[in-house]
Write a protein that binds this ligand. Structure first.
Ligand code: ACO
Length: 399
């Protein structure tokens, strides 16, 4: 019943690949993944080394510009980002238009989309200087927008950024600081958050990054393209999974379920229940980011809270899943989201903010991928084909 006639006529060949399981949409020199071996490298550097030794800003520079920065370059990059954190006051008033209990992800994507109206002087994708200033503006302002979306949901006043702080420190202060009180940064929390941002910084052609590229392939500006990527990330099968993991762990806790009972539900596919935070389109082995996040969870939960019952449930679920035929057969391992939500919770973020934190981390990847696409002269507008399955032709019968 598939009508492949027109495609065959045009090209002589038809590729039907729902979900792009086996179709490369682009060439890219940014991120390398070997899903079978559980390997992730940014610009050739293993994620383990970057997470251990570098900072989020350094990794962002690496992804966007292709090489690790020198001391001087890192300092300029940091200073440049610090000096563009202010939001236009009119953009601030934008936040009051949303309902108080608005989810911060659509608030984030709307505000990023609105940057196209506030910075109409830097929208030309082929002007290097404009691309540079849009890069800095996004890197500086996204954490501020994210923190404002958070404050809005709490009904608390928004603080102005403190540019004596770096990106990660500033973001934490804007989220948890209150006016007229000094905010004390906890070095362990800053380090843990910085590391999680590194883990999320790029992941080649995932759903949101492909969205950024597809939208950008029409020569839409960087703000518009990245706003679309944020919306793609919002979905529970992508960035929304970290929130879903915590909801799942809470449900197991409040219903007093044994991990085995929950696993039976998953394996019997009762009501479509999945073990959230497990499985990945590309990793058919342990997600290397999950390993680093698990170690960070042990560390931060130990320090900040002295252990956590939800972490224990997560560890028990993982142990059981890794020994279970259902998961082994399907090569389902923990992905990065399995442990990150627990860390965010320990830092004081509510579930609604988890995907926003993912977006903050993924920003340099989106920027790097958008720029790589624009710089590649062979880029064509993304325009998938289809296999038509409807009526071939009918005569209009009149009502
Ligand atoms: N729990 C239980 N079963 C699962 C899970 C899971 N988490 N993930 C996949 N499966 C099963 C499927 O039901 C399917 O079983 P079947 O062969 O009996 O039909 C088989 O494993 C293959 O799964 P697909 O859904 O076909 O795999 P796909 O590559 O399309 O999906 C995805 C990958 C979306 C990540 C999926 O594993 C999933 O939904 N996981 C839970 C959500 C999640 O954690 N998402 C975060 C992804 S990572 C990220 O975005 C950062």
């Amino acid at each position: 019943g598939l009508n492949i006639g027109p495609l065959l006529k045009e090209t002589g060949v038809v590729t039907y690949d729902p979900g792009f399981m086996n179709t490369a949409n682009t060439k890219s020199a940014i991120t390398y993944i070997d899903g079978a071996e559980g390997i992730l490298r940014y610009r050739g550097y293993p994620i383990e080394q970057l997470a251990e030794h570098s900072s989020f800003l350094e990794v962002a520079y690496l992804l966007i510009y292709g090489e690790l920065p020198t001391d001087g370059q890192l300092n300029d990059w940091d200073q440049n980002i610090r000096s563009h954190t202010m939001l236009h006051e009119d953009l601030k008033s934008f936040f009051s238009g949303f309902p108080r209990d608005a989810h911060p992800m659509p608030v984030l994507s709307s505000a990023v989309s609105a940057l196209s109206t506030f910075y109409a002087d830097s929208l030309d994708p082929f002007d290097e200087e404009q691309v540079h200033i849009s890069t800095i503006r996004l890197m500086s302002k996204l954490p501020v927008i994210a923190a404002y979306a958070f404050k809005k949901s709490l009904g608390q006043p928004m603080l102005y950024p403190d540019n004596s702080l770096n990106l990660t420190e500033n973001f934490l202060r804007l989220c948890f600081g209150v006016p007229a009180e000094a905010y004390e940064l906890d070095d362990d929390v800053v380090k843990a958050l910085d590391r999680l941002l590194i883990l999320h910084a790029d992941h080649e052609q995932n759903c949101s990054t492909s969205t950024v590229r597809l939208v950008g392939s029409s020569h839409a500006n960087m703000f518009a393209s990245i706003s679309a990527g944020i919306n793609a990330l919002y979905g529970p099968l992508h960035g929304g999974a970290n929130e879903a993991v915590l909801n799942m762990l809470r449900q197991i806790q409040t219903e007093g379920l044994e991990p085995e009972t929950f696993m039976d539900k998953v394996k019997n596919k009762e009501d479509g229940v999945k073990l959230m935070g497990f499985g990945h389109r590309v990793y058919k082995n342990y997600d290397p980011r999950a390993r680093i996040a698990k170690a960070a969870a042990d560390e931060i939960l130990g320090k900040v809270k002295g252990g956590d019952e939800l972490l224990d449930i997560a560890i028990r679920l993982e142990e059981r899943a890794l020994a279970d035929e259902y998961f082994i057969e399907r090569k389902l391992y923990p992905n990065v989201d399995f442990y990150t939500g627990l860390i965010y919770k320990a830092m004081g973020f509510p579930e609604k903010m988890f995907t926003v934190l993912f977006a903050l981390g993924r920003l340099p990847g989106w920027i790097a991928q958008w720029r790589e696409m624009i710089e590649d002269k062979s880029t064509k507008i993304g325009r998938p084909r289809q296999v038509y399955t409807g009526e071939v032709q009918r005569d209009y019968p009149g009502i």
